[in-house]
Ligand binder design. Structure first.
Ligand SMILES: [Zn+2]
Length: 111
């Protein structure tokens, strides 16, 4: 099983996919390890027309709702907080056996 190294809250850069999303950076707001898909803030934004609806006494106003669609995890790379580049990741274990993600470009520990 492919283990994903991308986590919720990470900043990632889109490296392939839709032209308008390429090179865009954003925070990961959802990771779906089963389908290997991630949802990134501001990436793959879709628009949905919403009719006025009543739900549990609340009225949702009509209009256009924008929401992010998920993209495949292979289309994004983690942006290293140290070198600020989209980086390949390695895993290092410390003396306690805890795994840390490491940027392969600059060698710094990410978490
Ligand atoms: Zn780095």
């Amino acid at each position: 099983m492919l283990k994903t190294k991308i986590r919720k809250g990470d900043t990632v850069e889109v490296i392939s996919g839709r032209r308008q999303d390429k090179g865009r950076r954003g925070e990961v707001i959802r990771v779906d390890p089963k389908s290997h898909r991630v949802t990134v803030q501001g990436v793959n934004v879709r628009k949905k027309h919403q009719r006025q609806v009543q739900t549990q006494g609340r009225t949702m106003s009509p209009g256009i709702i924008e929401f992010e669609g998920s993209i495949h995890i292979s289309n994004v790379m983690l942006v290293c907080p140290s070198c600020n580049k989209p980086s390949r990741l390695g895993v290092q274990r410390d003396e306690d056996g805890a795994a840390h993600r490491v940027c392969k470009a600059c060698g710094s520990q990410i978490d």
